[in-house]
Design a protein around this ligand. Structure first.
Ligand SMILES: Cc1cc2nc3c(=O)[nH]c(=O)nc-3n(C[C@H](O)[C@H](O)[C@H](O)COP(=O)(O)OP(=O)(O)OC[C@H]3O[C@@H](n4cnc5c(N)ncnc54)[C@H](O)[C@@H]3O)c2cc1C
Ligand code: FES
Length: 328
């Protein structure tokens, strides 16, 4: 006998044991999906009522703070249930795939940051803010976020060189122009929501600027008029890069305000001293009706998420990509 599954305000039928994402797609409920393997987190939804068989946690980050959150592609329906799906008008589907690419440039952006440009033989469709897994060799593979826009000729990544970091050191010391690499993606759920007309809080820690640039570039390209407050949090002037790109964006989108916040060594004429959370705390009494894009180190993403929630932002409007270290 079929099971009744209620997504949105509809009731759909599914056979016991059916995959939740398959059931939603079969009923033409708009759902984002990409990897179909529990890696990218984009098919996240909530079980409000009833039990499901949760076949797997997100591998890269926890299902942070969302009660009843499951990945639809890893979930099987076992009894009648009510499901909350993310805003259907914002669903994106770019089927993740593996593409061959060649290295076009490796350029310094700051003392310990490199810009990596790749030419993909068969371009990958993605939404601004997403990331890809880059395999430089079978032993050197890590996720990095696109800084460019979909449809651009080259994929652009900003890589922070970590002390003794295996893959970032390989990029700095061994990777050469012309080398062949593999790019798998797109992945990630912190992509630009174009339907949201409210103010946007974009917070980048270090190379978190890459996805934030893509999001802001995407908003400008889409003709969005939302006020945007972009906070760039850095440890010191040594990490500063991207100001020319930000100036250009400001000239095309006057409602963009850029705040460079440095833990130490800030130039008081143009920069602020401290942490991004302190700057946001000072600038905004509330964030009700705002949406957020938070990208960079996990502690920065976590503290900014808590701050945004405390100031009234809805959890569903907080889109975060924390750069968790992978190991091996
Ligand atoms: C979704 C996602 C998107 C990302 N996007 C970006 C991006 O756009 N730009 C970017 O720069 N990064 C990004 N990252 C981070 C990136 O994937 C790598 O984690 C980062 O480049 C470090 O990799 P690595 O191999 O150089 O360092 P690793 O070898 O993984 O080491 C990381 C750090 O840990 C230290 N370490 C390693 N092993 C040990 C140990 N046993 N004990 C103590 N310390 C140790 C190393 O010294 C190093 O400092 C992203 C991560 C995720 C999950
Ligand atoms: S499509 Fe479900 S986690 Fe990627």
């Amino acid at each position: 006998m079929d099971i009744l599954v209620q997504p949105l305000n509809r009731v759909i039928r599914a056979t016991p044991g059916a995959n939740l994402l398959d059931a939603l797609r079969a009923a033409q409920i708009p759902m984002s999906y990409s990897c179909l393997s529990g890696r990218c987190g984009i098919c996240r939804c909530r079980v409000l009522d009833g039990e499901v068989l949760d076949g797997g946690r997100e591998q890269q980050r926890p299902l942070d703070g969302m009660d009843g959150a499951v990945l639809a592609c890893q979930t099987y329906v076992t009894e009648a249930c009510t499901i909350e799906v993310p805003a259907p008008e914002e669903a994106v589907v770019h089927r993740a795939r593996v593409a061959r690419a060649s290295v076009v440039a490796i350029e310094p952006l700051a003392a310990d940051i490199r810009r990596l440009l790749l030419k993909v033989a068969n371009p990958i469709a993605f939404s601004p803010g997403q990331y890809a897994q880059i395999a430089l060799t079978p032993q050197h593979s890590r996720p990095y976020c696109m800084a460019n826009l979909p449809g651009d000729d080259l994929l652009e990544f900003h890589v922070q060189l970590m002390p003794k970091g295996r893959v970032s050191s390989y990029i700095a010391e061994q990777l050469k122009v012309g080398d062949k690499v593999k790019v798998s993606g797109p992945l990630g759920a912190a992509y630009l929501r174009q339907q949201n007309a409210g103010p946007m809080l974009c917070v980048a820690g270090g190379t978190g600027l890459a996805p934030v640039l893509s999001v802001v570039r995407g908003a400008v390209a889409a003709g969005m008029r939302n006020p945007i407050h972009l906070y760039l949090g850095l440890r010191s002037p040594r990490d500063l890069y991207g100001l020319a790109w930000l100036d250009h964006l400001r000239s095309t989108h006057p409602a963009l305000k850029v705040h460079v916040v440095m833990a130490s060594g800030a130039d008081p004429a143009t920069q602020r001293r401290g942490l991004v959370t302190q700057a946001i705390e000072q600038d905004h009494t509330h964030l009700r009706g705002w949406s957020a894009y938070l990208c960079g180190s996990p502690p920065m993403v976590e503290t900014t998420t808590l701050l945004a929630l405390g100031k009234g932002m809805e959890a569903a409007h907080i889109h975060a990509e924390a750069f968790y270290m992978q190991g091996d």
